[in-house]
Design a protein around this ligand. Structure first.
Ligand SMILES: O=P(O)(O)OC[C@H]1O[C@H](O[C@H]2O[C@H](CO)[C@@H](O)[C@H](O)[C@H]2O)[C@H](O)[C@@H](O)[C@@H]1O
Ligand SMILES: O=c1ccn([C@@H]2O[C@H](COP(=O)(O)OP(=O)(O)O)[C@@H](O)[C@H]2O)c(=O)[nH]1
Length: 513
């Protein structure tokens, strides 16, 4: 079972009272959807609309169980605690987080509802895989109620350094919630390190490498024992990963380590070979006026993505005369996101003022410098855009992974194109042959853009070949198999749990510590 805030489809109301199911935004759904299509299982989540109850249904071969949210819960749990407390806090306080006790109340209540929805359908010894920061209390809720379950948790966004995390008034409850899982997965080595440190500081539990020893308290042991005595199906599986700790107490171990997420790389290759998508890519270049260089940014309109930083760099290059609007264009897809959260509404205003300033100052008749698209596009159009773009700009100030970077690479079956990638995106751990940038360093970003524009084809192809090798061999199918393998393995100390991340990155994983 998958439990995530979002279902893969959103119920969206259209004009004239019509309504339809649409693919949900964001990388979590993009990554999990192909995994679930290939497996039997149910997906529990919110259908994206307030005050609406839906019966379980099937979409694209996946069984979905909708969890309803009231309008007040959308405000307090989703927009509030999830996206105005945890999101900015976990992304290094790029925007100041708000702390409100009533949001925390709603977060607990909604986490309980998701846990109950899972408990209602979980077979004995079922595997329940909980996802992301919106549901961090669910693992403990599940474990307390049903110790027979095999519980995994994957955090799609960064886990911050302790100095930042410790601002959270409910920091202990969240750590306890996560430690209900058998395996807690993160995107980067540094995220796992930050979590282990928070556990040590807040709970004093022993952590050795990737393994955390959680003392089993009397209450938990009693529930476990009762389950074993009751001759229920759970009797076959008393608390997993249980042993005796160094001080002689009963403990259970939790494996907390990175599992960098990926994409359905074969599907992107397949789309990139589709003649109609290739024709669309050529058409896009034509529509842009056949400029020498097409640069592309694709992001949810989120302050973590560094959209303003890349526009500033491009604006300065136009100002310096290093490029002209006739020669070089920037296409920026900024898909609508969390529009009722103040910081997002403000960002939209700031970005749109920047776009009009740059276009006002530097566009030429028939040649706008920036093509700004505040819309969400289907996957086929994404691939056409990737194929049309000479340079892909991923300049996130903080990002769990950034699947767009991997999608660009997988789509470039022609081995061409340059990826400019922020070192603050999780993808930079694996995509070392990209032009890695610090997006706060505007001069460095400008230099990378110039380097990308001037890069000889041989070098472009050499870099792209290496990038493609990594993405094609480390796709989302491998990611889910690796996670589920670790989750179902009897012994957390099994050497098969070794990390599958380039060694240089493991050594240099110092962000946030
Ligand atoms: O559900 P929304 O509030 O509309 O937001 C969309 C998703 O955004 C975040 O995605 C993250 O997951 C990606 C895949 O692991 C990762 O590449 C990216 O760096 C993350 O930002 C969020 O974590 C999801 O829960 C949201 O559904
Ligand atoms: O108009 C759009 C914009 C984005 N995406 C997809 O949304 C996902 C974004 O994931 P990423 O990990 O880059 O960031 P997130 O939005 O999850 O933070 C990627 O699969 C994009 O292809 C899309 O399908 N249409």
């Amino acid at each position: 079972m998958i439990v995530s805030n979002r279902l893969p489809v959103d119920h969206v109301s259209g004009e004239g009272g019509t309504a339809e199911w649409r693919t949900s935004p964001g990388g979590l759904v993009a990554a999990l959807e192909p995994v679930m299509r290939q497996r039997d299982g149910v997906w529990i989540g919110w259908p994206g609309l307030a005050d609406q109850e839906f019966e379980p249904f099937e979409a694209d071969g996946i069984d979905l169980i909708p969890v309803p949210l009231s309008a007040a819960e959308v405000e307090d749990y989703y927009e509030g605690f999830s996206n105005d407390t945890l999101w900015p806090l976990y992304h290094d306080v790029i925007s100041p987080p708000s702390f409100h006790r009533e949001w925390w109340e709603a977060y607990q209540r909604v986490n309980r509802r998701f846990a109950d929805a899972a408990l209602a359908v979980a077979a004995p010894n079922a595997i329940v895989w909980v996802h992301d920061y919106q549901l961090q209390l669910v693992p403990k809720m599940l474990r307390d109620a049903r110790p027979d379950l095999i519980i995994g948790f994957f955090n799609h966004i960064p886990f911050p350094a302790y100095g930042i995390y410790s601002q959270l008034p409910w920091r202990r409850q969240i750590v306890d919630g996560l430690l209900g899982a058998d395996v807690v997965g993160f995107q980067r080595v540094a995220d796992g390190g930050n979590f282990a440190r928070a556990v040590r500081r807040l709970r004093g539990y022993e952590t050795r490498g990737n393994i955390i020893s959680v003392p089993i308290d009397d209450a938990a042991a009693a529930i476990d024992g009762a389950a074993a005595d009751a001759d229920e199906p759970t009797a076959e599986a008393p608390m997993r990963h249980r042993s005796v700790g160094r001080r002689g107490h009963a403990i259970r171990t939790v494996l907390a380590r990175p599992f960098p997420i990926s994409i359905d790389a074969q599907e992107y290759q397949r789309l990139a070979a589709d003649p109609s998508i290739r024709a669309r890519a050529a058409e896009i270049r034509e529509e842009l006026g056949n400029p020498r260089v097409v640069m592309l940014g694709v992001d949810r309109l989120d302050y973590t993505k560094g959209i303003r930083h890349r526009m500033k760099a491009f604006g300065e290059l136009l100002h310096d005369g290093a490029v002209s609007a006739e020669d070089v264009v920037l296409v920026q897809v900024a898909s609508p996101s969390r529009e009722r959260v103040d910081a997002y509404a403000q960002l939209r205003d700031e970005v749109e003022v920047m776009v009009s300033r740059i276009n006002g100052d530097f566009s030429e008749l028939g040649h706008p410098a920036i093509h700004y698209l505040h819309q969400g596009y289907p996957r086929e159009e994404m691939v056409a855009l990737y194929l049309a773009a000479d340079i892909m700009l991923v300049t996130a100030l903080r990002d769990g992974m950034n699947l767009v970077a991997k999608e660009y690479v997988a789509s470039r079956t022609d081995q061409d194109g340059v990826l400019i990638l922020s070192e603050f995106a999780g993808a930079s751990d694996e995509l070392r042959q990209a032009l890695l940038v610090n997006p706060h360093d505007i001069d460095g970003l400008k230099a990378a853009i110039v380097q990308a524009m001037e890069m000889p084809r041989r070098e472009r192809m050499r870099r792209m070949r290496t990038l493609r090798k990594r993405v094609l061999t480390h796709d989302v199918q491998r990611w889910s198999a690796t996670f589920l393998d670790a989750l179902t393995r009897e012994d957390h100390h099994d050497p098969a749990n070794r990390l599958d991340i380039p060694k240089r990155t493991v050594a240099a994983a110092d962000y946030g510590e």
